[in-house]
Design a protein around this ligand. Structure first.
Ligand SMILES: Nc1ncnc2c1ncn2[C@@H]1O[C@H](COP(=O)(O)OP(=O)(O)O)[C@@H](O)[C@H]1O
Ligand SMILES: [Mg+2]
Length: 340
């Protein structure tokens, strides 16, 4: 796709949308991302016709790219309609399923059938549903099932692990004889703590981490990530977001989580194109920032309006502000309990 100079003229609504949509589709194959793709690839290969295929568990905080990487892997194997003498069916190599919240075994089994395309996915007992999954796995040629949002096997209201569902996953993994990948937020680790047999099935645990910004190497890696984004941004000129000063500011806002980096770029693209610019500048990022408020960070500053920005100082003053807030909260709680 090409993005011509706007020559200082405001982009049309269509053009704005086209550019923002382009940013939404940018995927960078950064080192950890590439390693995971390779891991999935190996797993698919090694589990084929294996007596006991290995399990893989991918975990990491929200927004690091777990769903992005597993979806990209799934999309490498497009579904194909196969015509046979008995009729047609859809050949599916990798099945990507999102575990429903507060999953019961039946809800989970039904969800798997639904993604397989079974119109009767909600019909029958758990045993019926499970044996239909086995049937469809063979019939459709499924070689890998990815269960995303695995933390939904924990009841978010009580923090209790949903034991019947985790047991179902364990037995299912043992019996299905194809690769099963579990993918979730770090808290989903407690599902394994409460189910050692499941834990043994998923010895291979890979963490997808946010970028870090401490050592020289970490900084280089994050800047390389930004550089790749920059090359893909929908403008004719580079935006130089990998510049050390800008990179530190973007790190401060994102804490190294790709989701926030991309949201910032998406909004900044909008403002830049709206103003007829041919690259994103700090001013556009400054305008974009109020549109991406993080409730967990009430004391975050706008680094893009701060010419004296220093990462370490900014992080420590944010922490101090939080501590002061907590202290005040404690004093007030004590005061009100003394009154009673
Ligand atoms: N490798 C990447 N390159 C570019 N953007 C990414 C990448 N990984 C994640 N993102 C951005 O972060 C957003 C959230 O990613 P997602 O895969 O949903 O995270 P998770 O499933 O870990 O919560 C994506 O929509 C995308 O904009
Ligand atoms: Mg996800």
């Amino acid at each position: 796709m090409s993005f011509e100079s706007l020559k200082g003229k405001k982009a049309s609504m269509e053009e704005l949308k086209r550019r923002v949509e382009h940013v939404k589709r940018i995927i960078v194959h950064h080192p950890n991302y590439g390693e995971l793709l390779e891991e999935l690839n190996m797993m698919l290969f090694f589990s084929e016709d294996s007596v006991s295929p290995e399990g893989l568990y991918i975990y990491g905080p929200s927004g690091v790219g777990k769903s992005t990487v597993t979806t990209e892997f799934t999309a490498r194997y497009p579904r194909e309609i196969v015509k046979t003498v008995e009729g047609e069916y859809t050949h599916i190599t990798v099945l990507h399923v999102r575990v429903p919240p507060k999953a019961t075994p039946k809800m989970l089994a039904s969800k798997i059938l639904e993604v397989m395309g079974d119109p009767l996915h909600h019909k029958g007992t758990l045993t019926d549903l499970t044996s239909r999954i086995h049937h469809f796995v063979r019939k459709l040629g499924i070689r890998m099932i990815i269960l995303d949002e695995f933390q939904h096997l924990i009841d978010a209201d009580t923090d209790h692990v949903l034991t019947t569902a985790s047991n179902w996953v364990k037995t299912f993994t043992e019996e299905i004889r194809i690769a099963v990948v579990l993918c979730g937020m770090p808290e989903s680790v407690s599902v394994f703590l409460s189910n050692p047999q499941l834990d043994r099935r998923y010895c291979n645990k890979v963490m997808l981490e946010p970028f870090k910004y401490g050592t020289v190497e970490e900084i280089i890696t994050f800047r390389a990530f930004l550089k790749k984004i920059d090359m893909d941004l929908p403008f004719p000129n580079p935006s130089n977001i990998a510049d050390p000063h800008l990179a530190a500011k973007i790190y401060y806002i994102s804490k190294g989580i790709p989701f926030y980096v991309m949201k910032l770029m998406e909004r900044a693209t909008y403002f830049a194109a709206l103003q007829g610019a041919d690259q994103i500048s700090e001013i556009h990022m400054a305008q974009a920032l109020p549109k991406l408020k993080q409730v967990a960070r009430p004391y975050v500053i706008n680094p893009f309006t701060d010419i004296h920005f220093d990462l370490a100082t900014a992080i420590s003053s944010e922490n101090d502000a939080e501590d002061r807030f907590k202290e005040k909260l404690m004093v007030n709680t004590r005061k009100s309990s003394n009154k009673r």
